[in-house]
Unconditional design. Structure first.
Length: 420
């Protein structure tokens, strides 16, 4: 593994927790929905830009390493220029072709998760894993932005508004995405500050713990401000089962999360208008189970990605269908649960492989951080498409890589190296 630059190590997290919300805010204020779609949580533009930057940095490192060899330096410059030219023309030529190839769209959509996992692995290998303390601090920044957004929205509307604020939210899907990002950051606060040697003249030993505590409260406040049911449930489980501290305090915070869920379900509070889905998660679960029952081999191979999965259920929900209609065409990529979507698209091996990889990272790290990621993902991916949203999938992959490297043995070795 190459020793990482601190700025480059943190850059993907900064992009997801700070640059992405600010880009969404700028796009909404400017009235440019396409900008929001490409640079928001559902878009891949920021991740493609990071991948391009990583390629340029790695080529630059190679050129600097070979600066005493002019011949190889010129070869590196030529290769970099040729690669940039090929990417430029490839995007212009292949982009319209891929847009017209509708049969490839479902497959490309399902490949987002493995592509982002490979990106995270390559980034960590090149620049090092993101520090846990930076993940917690960036989560605190995002939590503060969401609290400010919630307050501004409530002041402008003169009432409590659910489903996201006017600046950073806008739909339940956006609230769930931002809440899951905060749950990932909340997991980074479970083990306290990173064990690092303190300089003789500088911050006092308790400063790291105070910063971590402030970030934790901002993260919790941000999750409460989203009123995301999946985020509140995941945060409540993390606090109750994995956090240290008095049981009474943990129970109080868990009850606060439960109260937020109850408010979002029972109280007639205002919500930001959004397109919303007409079909619920229970409907999709029933449809997928019926499709798997009709095709038992799909438990191993998955259902066809290019075909609807709900054609065998034309009368579900008491809806009236035309005689020539076979049913409601709902495909795999329409399923609003990542675990169910992985099961439908890839068979039982899909969710099992993802869960096994996360458990391996948690067991190798032997810290609460990794187990917090597993618990948050179990809850959020069951209720939302968290593993199929580029922003959350990329950050989760980076966080799992950090959990793998964040073992007590590795921390002790780093401390000894720094003290030597």
């Amino acid at each position: 593994m190459t020793g990482g630059n601190s700025l480059l190590t943190r850059l993907p997290l900064v992009a997801a927790y700070v640059l992405m919300p600010l880009a969404v805010l700028a796009g909404r204020l400017a009235g440019r929905p396409l900008f929001v779609r490409h640079f928001g949580p559902q878009g891949l533009t920021l991740w493609l830009a990071l991948a391009g930057l990583a390629l340029v940095v790695c080529l630059g490192r190679d050129l600097l390493a070979r600066k005493g060899q002019p011949k190889f330096a010129w070869i590196g410059l030529i290769l970099a220029a040729a690669l940039a030219t090929a990417v430029h023309f490839g995007l212009h030529l292949l982009g319209p072709v891929l847009e017209q190839a509708q049969q490839l769209a479902p497959l490309l959509d399902e490949l987002h998760l493995p592509a982002l996992v490979l990106f995270a692995a390559a980034w960590v290998w090149s620049f090092g894993p993101p520090p846990r303390k930076d993940l917690a601090r960036l989560g605190g920044i995002l939590g503060g932005l969401l609290v400010l957004d919630f307050l501004l929205t409530a002041i402008m509307a003169r009432q409590v508004v659910l489903g996201g604020g006017l600046l950073l939210g806008g739909s339940q899907a956006s609230s769930d995405t931002l809440a899951f990002l905060l749950c990932i950051a909340l997991s980074a606060t479970l083990d306290g500050p990173d064990p690092q040697p303190e300089p003789r003249s500088g911050p006092q030993p308790g400063d790291g713990a105070r910063r971590s505590g402030l970030a934790r409260w901002l993260i919790l406040a941000g999750i409460l401000a989203t009123f995301s049911r999946s985020g509140l449930l995941a945060a409540g489980c993390i606090i109750l089962f994995l956090e240290r501290g008095p049981l009474q305090e943990r129970l109080a915070l868990f009850c606060a999360c439960a109260l937020g869920i109850w408010m979002s379900l029972a109280l007639p509070l205002a919500r930001v208008a959004s397109g919303g889905e007409d079909l619920g998660l229970a409907w999709h679960l029933t449809a997928v189970m019926e499709a798997l029952r009709q095709e038992p081999s799909a438990w191993l191979l998955g259902l066809p990605l290019g075909e609807p999965v709900a054609l065998a259920m034309p009368d579900l929900g008491g809806l009236d269908w035309a005689p020539e209609s076979a049913g409601l065409a709902v495909s795999v990529f329409d399923i609003p649960s990542s675990w169910l979507r992985l099961l439908a698209g890839w068979g039982a091996g899909g969710p099992a492989l993802v869960l096994a990889g996360m458990l391996a990272c948690a067991l190798h790290g032997r810290r609460r951080f990794g187990f917090g990621l597993v618990l948050a993902t179990l809850v959020a991916a069951a209720l939302t498409p968290a593993l199929h949203t580029p922003a959350t999938a990329g950050v989760l992959a980076l966080a799992c890589a950090g959990a793998w490297q964040d073992s007590p043995k590795a921390a002790a070795q780093a401390q000894n190296t720094s003290g030597a």
